[in-house]
Design a protein around this ligand. Sequence first.
Ligand code: PFF
Length: 454
Amino acid sequence: MNNNDQPSIHGQWSSRLAFVMAATGSAVGLGNIWKFPYITGENGGSAFVLFYVLCVATLGIPLMMAEVMLGRRGKRTPINAMRALAAETGTSQHWQFIGWSGTLAGVLILSYYSVIGGWTIGYIFHAANGHFSDLSGKGASTLFGDFVGDPWVQIGWHTVFMLITMSIVARGVRHGLEKAVTYLMPALVVLLLVVLGYAMTTGYFMKGLAFLFTPDFSHFSGTSALTALGHAFFTLSLGMGAIMIYGSYVPQKISIAGTSVAIAVADTMVALIAGMAIFPIVFANALEPGAGPSLIFETIPVAFGHMAGGTLFGTLFFVLLLIAAWTSSISLVEPAVTMMIENLNMTRHRAAFWTGLVTWLLGLGTTFSFNVWADVEVLGLTFFEHLDFLTSNLMLPIGGICIALFAGWAMSKHVSRAELNMNSDVGYALWHALIRVIAPIAVSIVLLHAVGAF
Ligand code: PFF
């Protein structure tokens, strides 16, 4: 049953470039600019960065190729794509687990992603109202503390973020996505470079670089390794079917390998630039590298507060960050929405409404994690931290292993070879070895080590 020639019922990208842009839009988001710097700070810097880059190169790229390939061949929502591919390969229907777990992970991640997306909306207004002017590190911490401390403000911006995301999803993901990514993502990078320029003037630029790039394994633990691995999946949108569903809209043969490498390189560059821009500001203002999720909201305002035109640039920065967050968030719910359309016969509007409602409700737990529930911890973690750990550190890596196993063992070499259509025999053999043996073993070792199995 190879339905490879039929387009997905949800539509197709207009071109190869549209797919590349959408996948890049999914990959580049809050993960690069908000999460990467703060988890790097929490995990001691350089060794974490090194391990993360290694994971992107050796596991992320081959897995992205596998996901695009499965999506393009399955041409359905991840659950049904896996069912169809299991039938085609004559393997167990249990493989559809990949689709279920991924669909759920997307909803869980979006529930907190929307809250942080809401922070960026709130900060657009702080920036536009000149609240960053001459801000000190301490002033920025207070501004952020007051902002997240108010649960109603949090719920308000979370609601706005969710409404806008779901209204885009309700119309079909392709509307506007291509333009947003083609013009606005590069604009965001330019503004990051502006912050980087400011970071160079702080006198702490070299200290920032040393923190990120001079190997130091003294703060690196098993949990750090798992966090770096989980983040490699998170930042590339892997292990949950988002890239699979985008792959299912790919119209013709594209170079899956070349595209995956390009997306991974672009994504990593954005994260590294964000890190290089932020840590000098952290050190110059006596802020804590391990401050946690507040980190960029305490540093970027200081940078814009001290430059000419900072109100305008600061506002623009948070607008562009918001757009980067949207282009990612729509891919987080696309598996759930297409599942409801295909399996429950719903219209896209209805599916978007219900997914949005459930995700919004779940997001309330995260809004409270920063104020009224800030001290409510189970096993030492807040609601938000549990959600993040469960999704990034468990669900995505486990989903990734299963995808690798399916592509490496269930699918015949003959089929994967034809789908990937690689020119180089060595390249294909390397991919196959990585996906079939190395990725599953490496991910299992990191997972088991982090949970204390050895
Ligand atoms: N890659 C996105 C980011 O770095 O912000 C987050 C994300 C999007 C994760 C889509 C997973 C996903 F399926």
